[in-house]
Write a protein that binds this ligand. Sequence first.
Ligand code: XUL
Length: 545
Amino acid sequence: MKQEYYLGLDLSTQSLTATAIDLQHQELITHALNYDACYSRYGTEGGVIISDDPRVVHANPEMWIEALDDLFAWLAGKNIPPQTRAISISAQQHGTVYLNSRAKALLSEMDSSGSMLHQLKGIFSRKTCPVWMDSSTSEECSEITQTLGGDLKVVQLTGSVATERFAGPQIRKFWKESRDSYRRTEHITLISAFITSLLTGYFSPIDPGDGLGTNLADIHLKDWDSKALEAASPGLFLKLPPLLKKDKVLGRVSNYLVRRYGFSPDTHVINGSGDNPCSLVGLGLLGDPTCHAISMGTSDTYFGYLPRIQKENRSTGHIFGTADGRYMFLVCFKNGNLARDQIRRAYSLDWKRFSDILMSTPPGNNGRLMLAYPLPEITPQILKPGIHRFGGLSPDDPMGNVRAVFEGQAMAFYLHTHWTGERPKRILATAGASENQGLLKVIAQVFQIPVATLAVKESAALGAAFRAAHASLNLQGIPIKWKTLFRRFIGDSGSDVIYPDSSTAGIYHGENGLLQVYSACESCIRGLGGPPDREIEAFRRKFVA
Ligand code: XUL
């Protein structure tokens, strides 16, 4: 029988990955291009350009266009395009792309005899795009918050307090600093919609998975909010694409893709979405609020499905839309792997040794803690980078530092996600670092629930492929259930499960436990409390022999 592929492409911070799934043969093909390695002329480190001010983090969209063409060339080498039925994009969230008045025509006129980049070089009104790691818009966040009537109002309307990396504050900064370029910008879009436009040859709408994470939309109506748009910049409504309410087949691939790579002209293009909403799908969590996910890639994100939203009062975390028209919550910890890797390298350890140390060191680390932020942190919000050690943790103690860096991160996961409703019964860990058993064990200890992983690691690209299959088959009158897709490729549950040792519960959750100590450390760093000496002493009296 002929192969029929559904293709998911994930444009993440560090790489572009393709995952092609064939539903009949349960076949799964994956290929990735790493930006630093393949496109060194763009001068990226970890896929981004960090300026002298560490709060300013951008990427060059030309690099993404080049990578996309190269990935299609690879797929063509495997004869995948002619057998592909539908494509969808997953992309790093929040980054904004700024296009000029020539973009629309140039996109639609692409000629298959030349490269995409060669033909699209002239479409940008801003050379580089601020990406999700950018935290340089605190001033604009305050202005937006003031205009909209305070943090609570902004959260209740847009699902998040005004957030540095989100499109609203970023666009406002661009308008304030570069009025002429702003005027010359005809179209502002998010990365997922921009890359989707490269597939169709026309401007793509923005999906609710990405679009609700902008501070520009009303999360209840799933539409742009006029007050929020005005609070960002004048005339913004005219520059934005429409916002979708759920997944949809947008149309078919461009002539460029048909002629250059051999796609069938009938290949469907489904709206692109953010990497986290795609991962939710790829992990099989769409529709299941009882299992949460921790994705440990460049950043760590903690997310889960939310069938409905409540009126909330919180300052951390976000609400995004989902492929099925419902919601998900997400909390982002920017320094995740950056901090772990910094400690790993400081002691010349490989990841295996790092994991072994986490497996063998005592929960609670004898009251020694670390809160590590090599870059300004999103959760908790800490704008000044720094590595903070507490409880006499010596920099000369590799084992203590390894335990401390991740035990601190795992406690931050726990404490900053209490607003999301009932605690989950299970956690699924995904992305690169989820292979590290030591990390999983510490999460199980801190949360006191089982932590599972899946054999497939590229959950965002896989989720995009699932979304492509689901929307395309439904349109063709062949409805397929999400559950059927998950079962075919990822099984019913996690492959490896790590269970918590209940005897360690009190060390974290008991009176004077480590979670209380961690909170005191965090308050101290944020200038909200004094040194946590009393809490550390109380912990040691109770838990350290
Ligand atoms: C989520 C976030 C990150 C990026 C990374 O809000 O900022 O997870 O999506 O790709």
